[in-house]
Design a protein around this ligand. Sequence first.
Ligand code: ADP
Ligand code: MG
Length: 566
Amino acid sequence: MLVGIDLGTTHSLIGRYGPNGPELAPNALGEMLTPSVVSIDEAGHLLVGQAAKDRLITHPGQTVAAFKRWMGSNRTTQLGVHNFTPEELSALVLRSLVADAEAHFGEPVNEAVISVPAYFSDAQRKATRTAGEMAGLKVERLINEPTAAALAYGLMEGHEEARVLVFDLGGGTLDVSVLEMFEGVIDIHASAGDNFLGGEDFLDALLTAACKELEIDLELLSPDVLAQLERRLEAAKRELTQKSEVLVSLPIAIGDRANDGWLITQDRFVTICEPLIQRMRQPVERAMRDAELQPGDLNEIILVGGASRMPMVAQTLTRMVGRLPLRHVNPDLAIALGVSIAAGMKARDARLEETVLTDICPYTLGTEVAKTSSDGQHFSGYFLPIIPRNTTVPVSREVSVFPLYDGQKEMKIEIFQGESPWVKNNIRLGRITVALPPSAQRGDSGVDLRYTYDIDGLLQVEAKEQWTSKVHSLVLQQSEHQLSEAEVQERLKKLAAIKVHPRAQQANLAVMARAERAYMESIHDREEIQHWMSMFQQLLETQDLKRIESARKELNQRLTGVEANL
Ligand code: ADP
Ligand code: MG
């Protein structure tokens, strides 16, 4: 079966294109959103999702979250006896999602379409593909998240030409794209983003403001008190999307304010977040500028990502572009639904025949050139763009380059990616060296340099000698940490060897992890929680599934009660 996967920084989802259109698969706890968190327990078993998320508080040293931010880098994380790369952590999340999809749809999963932020670099895209392979999946295609969102909104079905802005504010990232669609063709015209702006930053802003107003020294808070305070503020942040004010109870006594709590109003929250709102505006302005659009040219705005539920997001965008965003698809599910539709397209579902997707190259690709001043001096290090960012792919562009001086022996053609006028600030991708004929003259004996960027985001560079028509091709430098096929297989084996709790036990593990976290956070209810935990553990021994299930429900309800009174 071919599935669609939204591999998010905060949450991940899986679905397929079924008989009734896109369908998402719930995890073992019955939830569509699985937290992208991985933990290894005392017995060396792997936990993914909500149980792992609770362990972020109780076992921070064995637990990791938000690793999508490290994709494409070689940062590793030690969990128990294992050392994991970001690809491996992502592969563990993917594996867990696949198990959920297999259980829900009742078919083996072997292929996937995975969504990635539109501004993900080549290295980040390759890392995502590798993660899929390490999870035993054939990654049929990577699709840009905004394209998936547009698919979910069914915007490609209109026959009028439409221009759409997709604004995706997730846990840690903002991704803004301008798409154009016409008769089932979706074209990304521009994308811009902020890799370090998301819902978590709004939480941080709340935390900073609370500590300042309550005169709490953040540095002096113990990790568990800090974690509790953050959880309460996160809940308050969500409540503020519905209410005009929220009273946050405090996990610690602060002077005589012990029982007063902290009152936060919607207006105050907006004021606190003003710098973040300003940062939100920049990618929107840049994407509009790159797409050469005025606000009035946009036909729709789509809000995606959990953090876009905050009213200040819709307000800011409405003010900027003068129209209200569309809201009929759940912002948490939009990308997953869209990527499931993309999976249907990949599987050549006849119902989707009319829809075509195009993609863009997210960065400018070019070469290094020298400039000659009027007195004949050469200044090197300038960047010459060949394929500008946001060009629709596949694309092939050619420029000619010439020797700088008479008698030059060879030309070193450097390949760069980036937006700076100086190559030193851009990323070097490789070099082609072409030997020049002995008679080479300045401005003569040129080389035709052709850049071709294909639909999978792979760049090919060819340099043709004008005097012989001989072509030199460049195999792009592999990034240092890129793995060979054999290495991928080896990692796949390593990951497969990590024990996973049986699916049937996952809900029980999750409630125990939740209870443990509640115990840590609670002051007054500890004895009771411990008692419930021991009762539940004894019941687990009996293997009486019916009784276990009803006891689990009851324990979850009790914990909800405890959390409400913390
Ligand atoms: P990602 O794509 O990064 O995985 P999501 O789209 O799942 O992220 O968004 C997660 C973020 O959305 C978190 O920061 C969370 O606090 C925020 N969020 C989720 N629901 C709400 C809500 N109702 N109100 C405000 N923020 C929310
Ligand atoms: Mg997302």
